[in-house]
Write a protein that binds this ligand. Structure first.
Ligand SMILES: NC(=O)c1ccc[n+]([C@@H]2O[C@H](COP(=O)([O-])OP(=O)(O)OC[C@H]3O[C@@H](n4cnc5c(N)ncnc54)[C@H](OP(=O)(O)O)[C@@H]3O)[C@@H](O)[C@H]2O)c1
Length: 404
């Protein structure tokens, strides 16, 4: 039976497809978003837009990735929505969440999503919670949101992506049924590596930008790498595969082998599969730099002092600091040479990454990147410093004390 459905976030990646499918099913679809005049943080105008609405599908989002900001956003917007729904008599609240987000030490944004689920379950409106894996469109979102200079930074992440259209269709089906609490998760047909998907997307869509895969430190990084975000065997699987979807979107599956070319800043474009990043140990610094050089990045490595095995936590933290500093410095480089130095000192290990004059990009994002290393290095009694050199270059140094 046709109903009036409000789609919070109805202009977003999945939201606009929900609106399209709901309308195709004969429902009256109302869009809620800041660009259509309603901000879910303040709630101004919400009662008016919800008048006569039977079901709300919440697919709104935040760009905040930190736990605090994400929890605050999702708790506030959910409470605002549910309060207004209670006032106007909405019968069914549906929210889209994400598969595999249960680790409470996991990625900050996922903590916000868990807070959103809790708020919905504790609310007074009958609800349905659907968890989906990352969308096929996620790779495209990386190109839009994680591009720094000539590089697109993508976390090392195993995912079982699904077309947003399939998720949208499932959400409309759920709206047509009764509130069902947490329902079966939904996922795509294949396990994929996110950096590879981003790379194929860029190639298929003809976008400039080199995908650099970054292994995030700590529990959030592990959660992305270790398969926690994959759907279990009980999940409902809906096609198309990423390759089929990409062909539908762009006419290419992104696998086309092309000769080497020259990209932004004179950095050669290298085709072919991405190498797997080495295990996070400083003894793999050479391998990391060799991979980056193979990918066309202008960086050289020097190791000084006597290499020795390090305690596991120090070894991993030093490698991650090196990896993040390299990624940051390379985002500034635009073709200028970068140098990485690993120093095995008597009482410490030090990694330094620097490059000559280049063009700096967003400083907010740079410090956010470094914050990840800084926390871990500090926990081990070390320091991370970054400075702009006199000639406009950037130097990052991480030093961690080592036991005698
Ligand atoms: N992307 C994925 O791979 C994926 C996978 C599984 C689940 N999900 C979940 O699906 C949901 C939608 O994700 P998406 O990638 O489609 O999001 P998106 O493309 O970032 O779209 C976000 C939508 O929310 C609206 N919005 C943001 N802040 C708002 C505010 N304060 N008030 C009102 N509207 C606001 C935006 O419109 P305005 O900017 O005009 O306000 C937009 O319509 C998210 O909750 C996400 O966690 C995403």
């Amino acid at each position: 039976m046709a109903q009036r459905i409000a789609i919070a976030g109805g202009t977003g990646t999945v939201g606009r497809l929900v609106v399209e499918i709901a309308r195709a099913h004969g429902h009256d679809a109302v869009v809620i978003s800041r660009s259509t005049g309603v901000d879910l943080v303040s709630g101004d105008g919400l009662d008016t837009v919800l008048a006569g609405v039977d079901t709300v599908i919440d697919v709104s989002n935040t760009s905040s990735m930190s736990a605090t900001a994400s929890v605050r956003h999702f708790e506030t917007t959910t409470r605002t929505l549910l309060d207004a729904e209670t006032r106007v008599g909405v019968r069914h609240h549906i929210v889209l969440s994400i598969v595999g987000i249960d680790d409470e030490k996991g990625y900050g944004y996922y903590q916000g999503k868990r807070a959103q689920e809790r708020a919905v379950a504790a609310g007074r409106v009958a609800y349905t919670i659907l968890r989906a894996t990352q969308f096929h469109e996620f790779a495209q979102q990386m190109f839009e949101r994680m591009k720094f200079g000539p590089f697109v930074l993508v976390p090392t992440m195993r995912s079982q992506p699904i077309a947003a259209r399939e998720v949208a269709a499932r959400l409309v089906e759920l709206a047509e049924g009764a509130p069902a609490g947490r329902v079966t998760d939904i996922a795509g047909p294949r396990v994929e590596r996110m950096a590879e998907l981003a790379r194929r997307y860029g190639r298929a869509a003809g976008l400039p930008g080199r995908v650099v895969e970054l292994s995030l430190p700590g529990a959030p990084g592990r959660q992305m790498r270790d398969g926690s975000l994959l759907a279990g065997t009980a999940a409902e699987v809906r096609g198309p595969s990423y390759a089929q979807w990409l062909v539908e979107q762009t006419g290419s599956d992104g696998e086309v082998k092309a000769p080497r070319g020259v990209g932004i800043g004179g950095i050669p474009i290298v085709r072919g599969p991405l190498p797997t990043p080495p295990e996070p140990s400083l003894s793999n610094a050479r391998e990391l730099v060799a991979q980056l050089r193979t990918a066309g990045m202008p960086i050289a490595l020097t190791v000084t002092g006597v290499e020795r095995p390090l305690p596991a936590a120090i070894d991993e933290a030093a490698f991650r600091a090196l990896q993040e500093a390299v990624a940051l410095v390379l985002t500034h480089t635009r073709g200028a040479d970068a140098t990485a130095t690993v120093r095995y000192l008597v009482h410490a290990v030090e990694v330094e990454v620097a490059h000559g004059p280049g063009r700096r990009t967003s400083s907010a994002d740079q410090s956010a990147e470094l914050r990840r290393s800084r926390t871990e290095v500090r926990r081990l009694g070390g320091v991370v410093s970054s400075e702009t050199t006199a000639d406009g270059g950037l130097r990052i140094v991480a030093a961690i004390p080592t036991p005698q």
